[in-house]
Write a protein that binds this ligand. Structure first.
Ligand code: GLY
Length: 249
């Protein structure tokens, strides 16, 4: 088999250690009831407790952080029951608060997936933001992936509904993202990445949080360019254990 069997505890430890090696400081899991965000009922992502720091406030632990955050997400509740969606899950995240941006974020993701988890690059598909009136097409991320060895046909450009993350509530930090998909099919992965083929499973996203969405729906550049990534523990473990659904992990 191509994958290395791994328990969730090992994945979490590897993730934290990898980012600590790259000068990130570990921060604690926050409460599922957000402390600083009256716009949502639950912590749906690791970014909630970090909103003030994404907006420019200095974090006591520095500009590079790493964490494991428990999340409750009801946005896609109708999809729960398929092989990958959960309402409660854990998310691994590395954070740059105005420090590194697309280049290092994508390099760290690629290195972690292919070297630490030993996922073959041939099994990866990538999506990037297609661009619209609010933000440009993300050629930069596409180029970085291609420079790392991902073939051009494996990079798909998708619109805001797929490749944009945040704000958590109605207003606040948000931005385009690049998403990493794993080929879970029995047969050889197709040359071209087709995001509509459900055998491609999203496992991680790198969000480039560089805009503040205002009450009027405008996207204003933030004071600093941030990175917010989120890797689903259950999905990744299902892959590493060769299981066909997250419920079997
Ligand atoms: N990194 C953003 C999210 O998936 O929650």
């Amino acid at each position: 088999m191509y994958f290395i069997y791994m328990e969730a505890s090992e994945l979490k430890e590897k993730y934290i250690e990898f980012f600590k090696k790259h000068n990130h400081k570990e921060i604690k899991n926050s409460s599922l009831i957000p402390e600083n965000d009256p716009t949502v009922l639950f912590t749906t992502a690791g970014m909630h407790p970090l909103v003030p720091y994404l907006s420019g406030q200095k974090h006591l632990q520095g500009k590079r952080l790493v964490n494991i955050q428990r999340c409750i997400r009801t946005g896609d509740i109708d999809e729960v029951g398929d092989s990958v969606h959960l309402t409660f899950f854990e998310m691994l995240g590395n954070w740059s608060l105005g420090d590194y941006f697309k280049g290092d974020a994508i390099k760290y993701s690629f290195e972690f997936l292919t070297k630490e988890l030993k996922i073959p690059a041939e099994k990866l598909g990538i999506s990037v933001f297609k661009g619209d009136k609010d933000a440009p097409r993300d050629e930069e991320s596409a180029k970085i992936w291609i420079s790392l060895g991902i073939p051009k046909e494996r990079v798909a450009y998708l619109p805001k509904k797929d490749n944009w993350w945040g704000p958590a509530g109605i207003t606040g930090p948000c931005g385009p993202d690049t998403e990493m998909f794993f080929w879970s099919g029995e047969e050889k992965p197709p040359k071209k990445f087709d995001p509509d083929d459900k055998r491609w499973i999203e496992i991680w996203n790198d969000v480039f949080m560089q805009y503040n969405k205002t009450q009027e729906g405008k996207y204003i550049p933030l004071k600093q360019k941030n990175v917010d990534t989120g890797m689903g523990v259950e999905r990744t473990i299902a892959i590493l254990q060769g299981k066909s659904t997250v419920f079997e992990t």
